[in-house]
Ligand binder design. Sequence first.
Ligand SMILES: Cc1ncc(COP(=O)(O)O)c(C=O)c1O
Length: 442
Amino acid sequence: MATYERIPNSVMQTTEYPETGYQEVSTNMQIFHSLESEVRSYIRCFPTVFKKSKEAYLFNEEGKRYIDFFAGAGSLNYGHNNDQVKRAILKYVQEDGILLSLDKATTAKRHFLKQISSIIFEPRGLQYKIQFTGPTGTNAIEAALKLARLVKGRSNIIAFTNAFHGMTLGSLTLTSNDLIRNRPYMNRSNVTIMPYDGYLGEGIDTIAYLRRFLEDNHSGIDLPAAVILETVQAEGGVHLATDQWLRDLEQVCRDFDLLLIVDDIQVGNGRTGTFFSFENAGIRPDIVTLGKSIGGGLPLSLVLIRPAIDQWKPGEHSGTFRGNNLAFVAGAEVLDYWKDEAFSQSVIHKSDLAAERFQTFQKKYEALNIKVRGKGLIFGLEFPSNNLAPKIAEHAFNLGLIIEVTGVKKNVLKFLPPLTIEEEVLQDGLDIIDAAIQATIA
Ligand SMILES: Cc1ncc(COP(=O)(O)O)c(C=O)c1O
């Protein structure tokens, strides 16, 4: 049985619970606070020691159960310890399968390549070469930036307001967030930030704005090599680009000879209801970055490259952990979910259920003026009132739900459950959000 100690927020270096000034820390968490760097983050919002997980549930050491509306920030789209994945991994290890191969050929990698080609590319009429990068999403972004600059022989890149593409230095140049970008280790070289869809207010065409800068060689903006975007800006507060905006952006890229890079690291892998987030818009990005759930819950990231621009020389971009074979095994398994339409339809169905509940929250808590944005199984619930979202998340945690607060103002609850979540568990989690809102405003 854990005992608890009250630690001042100043020691915890947290701003999560400023109104109390203290946070209770169980003694079984002490070592994380004393030994782990101050950079730790989610542990401050979800202060417990997790021990087990299954499907959409996490369990702490005391056996308390939490519903997971966070899904490893989108890396557990197919649930925790997915049975199919678990079986395949155990069998592979049991048979002494290769674990790390850099970029040598292995049977596990060949199977993964065959699966992605036959299940994802062929039915969609897509032709991409696949670059395996280091295992985190930001590695894929770094590679995509380098390749775009190499191919076009230009250094500027256009990114968007409220964008997030990872935490290594190249990725940070694309990121708008003031807290992580305006630092002495950073410079803003070679990136121009332009307004995302809706950023300048309703009815203002941000594509026309971008086009104006590009067509005028006295605008002060260097012709870029590429434009990079998220079709749903997850970390930025769940902002969605319309399909029309995406098509218009693609047209701008074609008109000015720019590469179009879609960062599908968080909202690819079925998060929006289709495997790629841009499928309904009908666009054909030159480069797509994939990460998180592409490894079936294990670290794996990819850059999909239109064959004509795959102009790397052998070894020109490398990294030791490009051959995480356990992730190939797991990733190949979860691609089976996309063999027919059923999985996609189930995501859309659960999306409708969630959207319905969010509408009832809007009515029930009218005074809070909750704004709801999302599609598939990513939704943002924006609470304009200061500090409400973190308090709701804290109450939700105490009631047994893991949900993240996001957005540059930290006022958006980000709903991101595993795509495989059962309807009943989904509804239970939504009940907890309801109860947490009530507890917060009580
Ligand atoms: C859209 C997007 N791109 C890139 C990244 C970086 O991925 P990673 O944290 O695996 O480096 C993230 C992470 O949240 C992301 O959401």
